[in-house]
Design a protein around this ligand. Structure first.
Ligand SMILES: Nc1ncnc2c1ncn2[C@@H]1O[C@H](COP(=O)(O)OP(=O)(O)OP(=O)(O)O)[C@@H](O)[C@H]1O
Ligand SMILES: [Mg+2]
Length: 360
């Protein structure tokens, strides 16, 4: 038996491709802490770009297979899997001076039309990403109808100040900031245009977010001046669009997609909410039309992230302040929301790894 060297391990691992990023693990600097003992036992760490990478087991197995076939004297192989979320900063769509170096990715959750379930999805996305092990924050950018305090059961909470900055509140593993924590609803109502956008910008620059993998931005409904200003001035990693299946909502979705494309923010995908109602006998009633969101996504070349049915428990979760995915973790709907959330994280890591010219 000859002694196995680190160079042999690196060589074998350089033959393993990251399936999404289409490069090998060594080139992507995803291998750390290689150790070898005198009996040729090997251990190393694979650093993934999302905490709940769906390819985790596949990548791990490919590492073991490659070492087994290229390093015949290898004894036991221990592969540790960890993650370090990549940042969109430095990317071509992030050409702003980054106000917050410790916030790796800012994700907008937007829609063309109001009341389609943006805040509901934003809350459940934030909680799902936190559950997967990521550090997550959530901003309620809806100055005129903040809903995050209600949806997190924190109606009377007030954030503290630290060195002139606000300290975000925290619940269910998610850091939170909302205009609803700061002023009475009537006060925000008189804010218009520039004042509203600058208040929203302060949510990024004057809040002690500390280190975050994902900061979710629950956009106000519509595609007016305020939304455009936020999309232009905040360094967004990407936008997730929420819609209901009916035509009127889809017509407005086109405007939202165009707005993000105009300011070079990648559209990460489309979620169809209130897709159908499941009757007691299991049949689906497509109240607002059939698969409108999926068809729209396909024609626009946008990834379709899945459908969420109309479910009383989803609405109740928002009203009682326990996000649905926490109250009903094993339901098919929670699994669909979790899958969509992991797909968003995956799309962000692909976008961050792509050379600038590949994005349009
Ligand atoms: N899948 C669903 N099933 C049942 N009720 C839902 C579902 N999604 C959202 N709702 C309910 O619909 C209402 C509107 O949802 P939400 O506040 O999330 O929409 P929004 O797009 O953020 O609205 P706005 O444009 O006012 O910000 C809420 O009462 C919410 O609980
Ligand atoms: Mg909302």
């Amino acid at each position: 038996m000859s002694t196995v060297t680190e160079a042999q391990i690196i060589e074998a691992l350089s033959l393993v491709q990251e399936p999404d990023l289409k490069k090998d693990l060594v080139t992507l600097a995803m291998i750390e802490d290689i150790t070898l003992d005198s009996d040729n036992n090997i251990s190393f760490t694979v650093v993934l770009t999302t905490p709940a990478c769906p390819m985790k087991e596949q990548i791990k197995q490919s590492c073991i297979d490659s070492i087994r076939s290229h390093v015949p004297d290898a004894a036991a192989i221990e592969v540790k899997m960890t993650s370090k979320v990549t940042s969109s900063c430095g990317h071509h769509h992030c050409n702003h001076e980054r106000p917050l170096k410790q916030v790796k990715n800012i994700i907008a959750v937007a829609s063309g039309k109001g009341g389609v379930g943006k805040s509901t999805f934003a809350v459940n996305l934030a909680v799902s990403l936190a559950k997967s092990g990521a550090k997550v924050g959530l901003i309620d950018a809806d100055l005129y109808g903040p809903s995050i305090p209600t949806m997190f059961g924190m109606l009377n909470a007030k954030p503290e100040m630290l060195d002139k900055n606000l300290v975000p509140l925290e619940k269910f593993g998610v850091k939170l900031m909302s205009i609803g924590f700061l002023v009475e609803a009537e006060t925000a109502l008189i804010w218009r245009g520039p004042m509203a956008s600058s208040a929203i910008k302060q949510f990024i620059t004057e809040v002690e977010w500390k280190e975050l993998d994902y900061l979710i931005f629950d956009f106000p409904p519509g595609t007016g001046d305020i939304q455009l200003t936020i999309a232009q001035t905040i360094p967004l990693s990407g936008a997730v669009i929420v819609t209901t299946p009916q035509d009127v909502a889809l017509a407005d979705v086109s405007k939202a997609v165009s707005m993000f494309r105009k300011v070079n923010v990648p559209v990460l995908g489309l979620v169809e909410n209130m897709s159908y109602y499941e009757l007691p006998d299991g049949t689906k009633d497509f109240i607002f039309g059939h698969h409108g969101g999926e068809i729209f996504a396909r024609t626009q070349g946008i990834p379709f992230l899945g459908e969420i049915p109309i479910d009383r428990a989803v609405r109740e979760g928002g009203d009682i302040g326990t996000p649905y995915v926490l109250g009903h973790p094993d339901s098919a709907t929670s699994k669909a929301i979790y899958r969509a959330s992991m797909e968003i994280a995956r799309r962000i890591s692909i976008t961050n790894a792509a050379p600038s010219e590949e994005l349009s």
